[in-house]
Design a protein around this ligand. Structure first.
Ligand SMILES: [Zn+2]
Length: 264
């Protein structure tokens, strides 16, 4: 057994866990997992995220609206209000009072998928304001939208995590100097991950957190299979090797970082 593994970004409400969700989650402590933050992506999966966080003592909830929930052709299946994010957010609002909710997110900006530009900016900004109002950390999705994302983070100065960090080492330094944490997962074990490893070398380990984004982004050597939090062992080992540290140091420090950020 490895660990302690703290997975700061998971999606166990994904349909790909429908057949064996409880089996997978029940097995995680045996694989060294001590914490999971499960992220909602719209009002439609928020209740189930909360339910998981109440059923498993090591699971906490993050609630937010993912930019992809604004894509029109996906809206019918991805969210309840067909891209009307104001109604979505309104419906989710009372759920933030649940003590198992430790963060706002997943939210952010995405220029990889055809997400409408102006609405996603407004939606992200609304959630930055919400995080400030609730005094909770935010979980930020930034896909091919670095400049706009960093500008808004600079403007609002939230506590939180830039998840699946894919920017430059220089930006990593700037974001961590601002107090943000950067999340690293399976993609930093891939062949073209030089940039992510450079970023890891450029910032304090005290601001690194580990994540899966499961069911997506399985690390080598299980790439292509459905991901789960136990697979973070491969990510932690690679980071330890990159930084010349013992794996236990990486697992223990990153788990502590997550607990500090989420106030656990
Ligand atoms: Zn995610």
């Amino acid at each position: 057994m490895t660990g302690p593994i703290f997975d700061t970004h998971a999606h166990y409400t994904s349909r790909s866990f429908d057949a064996d969700r409880d089996e997978v989650l029940s097995a995680l402590p045996g694989a060294g997992v001590v914490g999971v933050v499960d992220c909602a992506t719209h009002s439609g999966d928020a209740a189930q995220v909360l339910e998981l966080s109440h059923r498993y003592p090591f699971v906490w909830a993050a609630l937010g609206i993912h930019p992809q929930s604004l894509i029109e052709e996906d809206a019918a299946t991805l969210c309840r209000y067909g891209g009307d994010w104001r109604r979505e957010l309104e419906e989710m609002r009372p759920l933030f009072e649940d003590p198992r909710v430790v963060a706002v997110g997943e939210c952010g900006l995405d220029h990889h998928w055809p997400v409408p530009a102006q609405p996603q900016l407004e939606l992200f900004e609304a959630q930055l304001q919400l995080a400030r109002e609730l005094d909770k950390p935010i979980l930020v999705h930034d896909r091919e939208a670095h400049a706009e994302t960093y500008a808004l983070l600079e403007k609002y100065r939230p506590r939180g995590i830039v998840h699946c960090y894919s920017g430059s080492a220089e930006d990593a330094r700037r974001l961590t100097a601002q107090g943000l944490y950067l999340g690293f997962g399976g993609s930093c074990t891939y062949k073209n991950a030089r940039r992510a490893l450079e970023s890891l070398r450029a910032i304090p380990l005290e601001q690194v957190v580990l994540e899966t984004d499961c069911p997506y982004l399985s690390p080598q050597p299980v790439r292509g299979k459905r991901n789960h939090s136990g697979n973070i062992q491969y990510v932690g080992e690679l980071i330890a090797q990159t930084l010349g540290l013992a794996p236990e140091t990486v697992f223990e420090t990153t788990a502590q970082n997550a607990r500090r950020l989420f106030g656990l």
